[in-house]
Design a protein around this ligand. Structure first.
Ligand code: WTA
Length: 683
């Protein structure tokens, strides 16, 4: 049941209940490989050397207000100038106070009288039709997208959506998802995108929490050749009641339905309208609303792997500046790029790096509707080849899946158009990083391992591709204006090489402005753990060069016989064995050692599980890290339980490892069957 404002405060951002354990994480990873950007790459890049990066970074930290004022002036189109760059009263930040602008105008109108107007804003590839037939394709220029957004914005107005109202967007990965987001931004309505894989209950909970007035959905969406019944889920959501029999969704006045899959749906007169029919009643004239810098742009619910979803709130100017600048410098966007971020618009990565960041830069953003392995595991490489993708941004979980499926799928296609690769979402195991570099990037593309969170709005720790020497497994150094630090339980910086909590010392323009309707929880979760700092919930260590190595969520740190070990390192050691595709390590209570290490291991295609292999893997970890990290138990599994954005749900694995009943929220679990298939220690 959804409960407004009744959430239990949690000490660590992505978990409920328990306080973050004290940290003193010992780091065992000894990665020595360093890769410098090629001269060729650096020559054409926005930032061409470490000296240039350092100069700009130092400016951003020494005189942040001056730095951000300059950036905001250069990067954004303002309808009214701001009076004050930053008003900071912990934990509430206000950026560019008094200024006015419109996000959709910055992404679209800005390009109308320029050569970009007729450039592809969105290249869309639909889910393939089966038998490996190519999917539908659509290319939408900036001019066309502007027109589509204006018309749909008029549809929203016609249907009663006003400035400040909330609308739920529950759509598949089709261009209309971007149109709906931009149309909301255009009229000043606040969108909350709900991932199309979520259930009716999740939709209802989110409607209730943000008191939404409208749902924008489609009849259905395609996923691996099947139809996902989106409209049916909305109908079900709109019938749900809480324990007292009260409707959760009584604020909903209108449902706009896009025709996508052609499946039959029920239309409730007076409540539901068809997108295409509504378009007949509007024209393409819709001036962008003047929005204050701090007006709300979107709410995005993040479930992490535990706890009641939090409504992360982002506002207008600071968020857009962050999305725009990080896209420009981290992906080194150039006018000729075909840029592809594989994230769904239901995640923050889809917001910042499919829609707002690329469009604010006048880039071409590729959107793909389907799954990476449908109808065959070469789907991504087929798309890269077909469109000549130059920049690819994806997640470690996908990279590990590609490794598992094998190089015969990548070899079928020409990937030489790629010039830059990126990853986000989890620590990337050095082995996966090397595979990405060599097999996908042909050893010539810089890799940007980007660390950030839904809460941070944009990339925070990352290589700058033309400048930063990279090492497999680290997100390297902070982006401009970001001051991260690794600290102990008392908030004191720990020496280089030691592990601790990752905090951010200064406010930044893209930071969340709060949790929707729950200022108290916002304060408790992010601003109470370490005095005066934003607490990320991640464990981290800095190496001798100052590079940041994320060792996983603080809650996932294990204490084995007095040694504190980050799960990410043991997992990377396992993945560095050539038989292993993926690994998740959790603790199990152990009388002797406090916690025993249990590893769930997925093997590469064709490798057979055996007791010998188990011993071999234990020995391998012993060699890579040290005897203390040898898993006590290794369980071979066909798949690992993951959230729908691809993060391993260690909370569930802990319960499997401890042999207890699975409890708690499993609504974000991607494939529930995985849980029942998890092997025991007997093969
Ligand atoms: C993890 C996704 C290591 C981290 C944009 C963070 C990472 C959480 C990385 C946020 C990375 C994300 N290296 N860990 N490059 N990127 N994470 O809110 O634990 O879905 O706190 O945002 O993912 O996940 P979220």
């Amino acid at each position: 049941m959804a409960q407004k404002k009744k959430s239990s405060a949690s000490k660590s951002p992505k978990a409920n209940g328990t306080a973050a354990p004290s940290v003193n994480i010992t780091s065992y990873m000894h990665e020595e490989r360093v890769f410098h950007p090629s001269k060729d790459f650096s020559k054409g890049a926005h930032i061409q050397s470490m000296a240039e990066y350092r100069k700009m970074y130092n400016e951003s930290i020494k005189s942040p207000e001056k730095f951000w004022a300059k950036q905001a002036k250069n990067e954004l189109v303002w309808l009214k100038p701001w009076k004050k760059v930053l008003q900071w009263k912990e934990p509430v930040a206000k950026w560019f106070v008094g200024g006015q602008l419109n996000v959709s105008a910055n992404c679209l109108d800005k390009w109308l009288d320029t050569p970009t107007a007729n450039k592809a804003a969105i290249i869309w590839e639909g889910e393939p039709a089966g038998d490996n037939k190519p999917g539908e394709e659509r290319v939408i220029t900036y001019k066309q997208l502007h027109r589509d957004v204006c018309r749909f914005a008029n549809v929203l107005k016609r249907n009663g959506l006003k400035k400040g109202d909330r609308a739920i967007i529950y759509l598949p990965m089709v261009p209309e998802a971007a149109v709906a987001m931009l149309a909301c931004a255009r009229i000043g309505a606040v969108h909350s995108v709900v991932f199309g894989g979520f259930s009716a209950q999740s939709v209802a909970d989110r409607i209730f929490d943000c008191q939404a007035k409208m749902v924008i959905t489609s009849d259905g969406g395609f996923r691996r050749g099947m139809i996902v019944q989106l409209k049916k889920n909305v109908d079900d959501a709109l019938k749900l009641k809480d324990a007292e029999g009260q409707s959760l969704t009584k604020t909903i006045e209108r449902v706009i339905v896009l025709k996508r899959a052609g499946n039959e749906v029920e239309i409730e007169e007076g409540r539901d309208v068809w997108w295409h029919r509504e378009l007949h009643h509007v024209d393409a004239n819709c001036p962008a609303e003047k929005m204050d810098s701090e007006s709300n742009l979107f709410i995005l619910y993040t479930s992490g792997s535990t706890g009641k979803p939090k409504g992360i709130l982002h506002t207008t100017a600071g968020y857009l500046l962050t999305a725009k600048m990080t896209s420009k410098y981290v992906f080194d966007l150039r006018p000729t790029d075909v840029y592809w971020c594989t994230a769904d618009v239901g995640w923050v990565t889809g917001h910042s790096y499919v829609v707002y960041g690329p469009l604010a830069n006048g880039a071409t953003s590729l959107m793909y509707e389907g799954a990476p392995n449908f109808p065959e595991p070469d789907r991504f490489w087929r798309i890269v080849d077909k469109y000549g993708v130059t920049v690819l941004y994806t997640a470690p979980t996908a990279i590990r899946a590609f490794m598992k499926w094998g190089v015969e799928w990548t070899k079928k296609h020409d990937l030489t158009s790629l010039r830059l690769l990126g990853t986000v979402g989890e620590p990337i195991n050095p082995e996966a990083w090397m595979w990405y570099r060599e097999v996908i990037g042909g050893s010539k593309c810089p890799i940007v391992d980007t660390w950030w969170q839904t809460e941070t709005g944009g990339i925070m720790i990352t290589p700058i591709p033309g400048a930063t020497p990279t090492k497999p497994g680290t997100a390297t150094l902070p982006f401009f204006g970001i001051l991260p630090e690794v600290v102990d339980d008392n908030g004191r910086p720990v020496p280089k090489g030691s592990g601790g909590k990752l905090v951010i010392r200064k406010p930044w323009p893209g930071m969340l402005r709060g949790l929707w309707g729950d200022p108290q929880r916002y304060k408790e979760v992010y601003w109470s753990e370490v005095k005066g700092s934003y607490f990320t919930g991640d464990g981290c260590r800095q190496d001798k060069d100052g590079y940041f190595w994320i060792v996983g969520r603080i809650d996932d740190v294990l204490n084995v016989a007095g040694h504190r070990i980050g799960t990410a390192e043991v997992e990377s050691a396992l993945v560095s064995n050539h038989n292993v595709a993926e690994a998740a390590v959790v603790g199990r209570p152990d009388e002797l050692k406090g916690q025993a290490l249990v590893a769930f291991v997925t093997l590469k295609t064709g490798v057979i599980a055996s007791p010998e292999l188990r011993e071999q893997l234990r020995a391998h970890v012993g060699k890579e890290i040290g005897p203390v990290a040898k898993p006590d138990d290794i369980r071979f599994a066909e798949g690992l339980p993951k959230t729908r954005s691809g993060k391993i749900m260690r909370r569930l694995l802990k319960q499997v490892a401890a042999g207890t009943e699975i409890k708690g929220d499993t609504t974000t679990l991607e494939d529930f069957n995985v849980l029942s298939r998890l092997g025991s220690s007997d093969d």
